[in-house]
Design a protein around this ligand. Structure first.
Ligand SMILES: [Zn+2]
Length: 346
């Protein structure tokens, strides 16, 4: 097993500072703070700095005053949400990624320690007042493989909370309109006064091995052919994570598994998932036991030894670096898997 960095999209550069969310004039304080930074978002795409060769791209964070100067006083900001304060550590005892020595690092772009950060979501007409060049607005799937990991983590947090607001305009109890509260970390029903809070959909993703440590990979009906990844599925209401692992592998592969172990997690805000990575062992002592794809979600299943996986490159596409599937598979493989140009994000 290769113990490398944390799963992708999990690094934080912020202390979430939940205590400040309810302060009455927090937004006014933010607007007046010369160290404050705004992450700009339109349709899930963030503003990045101009692409310069040999330079790692970074989020183009702006001061609130600079954004207001471009927008004018009348422009409507669709959503403002307070993300937290810049922190020098993510508070987890997980080694970070090694900086790529061939590329200059964006250290100057990280903001002062303690600087407050908000995400501002803009509609297209307003976003064009900031930057009208479409190439400067980049989606998370594309950007995550280019950004330094803590930048990608900040982008992930911004997209995840923005997605929740976009889907939560109405109260799930009475259907009344809701309004933003707690600096963007809850919404309040304007009819019954009840609060709703951001939800995350749990999904399990499983690295299944056989008695000789082959890995089971499947090809999903939604993908182009010759792409293989780990089996995954949503946790159902009233179900434990471990039961979800056993059920999903049973449904998608007709295989009984045991020794279910948690490996790590990563947010996957497309639109609102938390991927929980597990390993599991085939129940059968037989090598490469018979598996049966469900024919609906999974069209093909294959057992791979490490040599077979290496030999399948690059004709076969395996999950890319942005996904926890790629992280789990590399842990098993024991080395980086460079499946480009067919490497993919999910
Ligand atoms: Zn209501």
């Amino acid at each position: 097993m290769r113990e490398s960095t944390s799963p992708p999209l999990t690094r934080a550069r912020l202390e979430r500072d939940a205590a400040a969310r309810g302060i009455d004039d927090r937004a006014e304080q933010f607007d007046a703070d010369p160290t404050a930074l705004v992450l700009l978002l339109r349709s899930g795409r963030a503003l990045l700095t101009e692409q310069v060769e040999d330079l790692v791209p970074v989020l183009d964070l702006r001061s609130p005053a600079a954004v207001r100067a471009l927008l004018g006083d009348d422009a409507d900001i669709t959503l403002r949400c307070y993300l937290g304060r810049v922190a020098s550590t993510d508070g987890l005892d997980i080694p970070g990624e090694e900086p790529d020595p061939t590329r200059r690092q964006p250290s100057e772009a990280h903001g002062a320690d303690g600087a407050p950060v908000e995400v501002w979501v803009l509609d297209d007409a307003v976003a064009d007042l900031i930057e009208s060049e479409p190439a400067r607005w980049v989606g998370l799937r594309q950007a995550a493989s280019q950004l330094e990991s803590r930048e990608a983590g900040l982008f992930t947090q911004a997209v995840a909370i923005a997605n929740w607001h976009a889907a939560s305009a109405f109260c799930p109890r009475c259907g009344g309109p809701t309004e933003l509260a707690e600096s963007g970390w809850s919404r309040r029903c304007t009819v019954d006064g009840g609060s709703i809070f951001p939800r995350t959909d749990a999904a399990v993703i499983v690295l299944v091995t056989d008695s000789e440590d082959r890995v089971l990979l499947g090809s999903n009906a939604m993908w182009e052919s010759n792409r293989f990844s780990l089996l995954a599925g949503f946790v159902e209401p009233g179900e434990s994570l471990e039961h979800a692992v056993v059920r999903e592998i049973g449904e998608e592969a007709g295989l009984a598994v045991r020794d279910v172990e948690y490996a790590g997690s990563q947010p996957w805000p497309f639109p609102a998932s938390l991927m929980l990575g597990f390993t599991a062992r085939a129940e059968s002592a037989r090598p490469a036991p018979k598996v049966t794809p469900d024919g609906v979600e999974i069209l093909e299943l294959r057992w791979f030894t490490r040599d077979e996986l290496a030999a399948a490159l690059p004709e076969v596409g395996f999950p890319g670096r942005t996904s926890i599937a790629g992280w789990l598979l590399e842990r098993w493989f024991g080395a980086p898997i460079d499946s480009s140009p067919r490497g993919w994000g999910a």
